[in-house]
Write a new protein. Structure first.
Ligand code: MLT
Length: 278
């Protein structure tokens, strides 16, 4: 006898209509929900190791944010990180989950995470933020993003696809991993890359929000992360009452891809403990 259709569906990428647009979401497994939110300018596939590991005991939900991966291009302009966060809240509500989600975001996914927790905290059980920061861009960084957005719209994504992957990983990363990241960036539409940069450049500073966070929080960084230095994450962790920061030695910005075994173990320990951050 074949598997029931609903069971097979759990193994497939699915489409959900969110704010009149098609969001592609990979959903696998059953149980406590784990929402994985990817970084920029990537898609759900950066979590493949986590999907494979956690789907045996959790319901893993890994969307392609609007405009990324196989999701539709966004019609809203200008798009803000609050829009992404509201899309995720709508997705979580549509899925009618049995309990609040474990939220896990990386970098841009983490910027969205602060907003999600602030606006939709009742949808969250535990909170995991990887390789991200809470502060807004300074003016120099924001200006740089506006410039890159213009360039990408004019000349396409080739330039950033060729140089960005090496910035995202440590010098220990394999050429195959660099190539995998390059291919994802290469297939991201120029409008999405430009819109993502503009959205990040106007994101609010979340530093004042950190002391209000009551959810058990785990922060994960990489000692070789050139994009989000560990020192900054350590300060973020110190500002959150019920949190801990753990650095993965030797990993760069893409900790879930570069050190999947250690990364998964950290999450496993955090989720299994009753008093996770003591
Ligand atoms: C990311 O990994 O999401 C980006 O590097 C974040 C950023 O550009 O600030």
């Amino acid at each position: 006898m074949g598997k029931p259709a609903a069971d097979l569906n759990e193994k497939m990428l699915q489409n959900y209509t969110i704010n009149n647009q098609q969001l592609h979401v990979k959903i696998e497994g059953e149980g406590r929900p784990l929402l994985l939110v990817h970084g920029f300018p990537l898609d759900h596939s950066m979590w493949n190791h986590q999907i494979e590991h956690f789907a045996s005991r959790m319901k893993v939900i890994a969307p392609d944010l609007i405009g990324y991966g196989k999701s539709e291009l966004d019609a809203r302009e200008p798009l803000t990180l609050k829009d992404y966060s509201n899309d995720l809240a709508q997705l979580v509500q549509i899925l009618s989950l049995s309990s609040p989600v474990v939220f896990c975001g990386l970098s841009m996914g983490g910027y969205i995470g602060w907003q999600f927790l602030k606006d939709h905290g009742s949808l969250v059980d535990r909170f995991i933020q990887c390789n991200t920061r809470a502060a807004a861009d300074d003016e120099k960084t924001a200006r740089g993003r506006r410039l890159v957005a213009q360039q990408v719209l004019k000349h396409g994504v080739n330039e950033i696809a060729s140089h960005m992957p090496l910035k995202l990983v440590s010098s220990n990363a394999s050429p195959d991993l660099v190539d995998e990241i390059r291919q994802v960036i290469q297939s991201t539409p120029a409008e999405t890359v430009a819109g993502g940069h503009l959205a990040m450049s106007t994101r609010p500073d979340m530093t004042n929000f950190l002391p209000n966070i009551q959810h058990p929080t785990l922060l994960i960084g990489g000692s070789g992360d050139a994009v989000t230095p560990s020192q900054e994450m350590r300060c973020v962790s110190q500002a959150i009452p019920n949190s801990q920061f753990i650095e993965i030695e030797g990993a760069g910005h893409m900790t879930p891809m570069e050190a999947p075994g250690e990364f998964n173990q950290l999450i496993e320990t955090f989720l299994n403990s009753t008093n996770p951050t003591s």
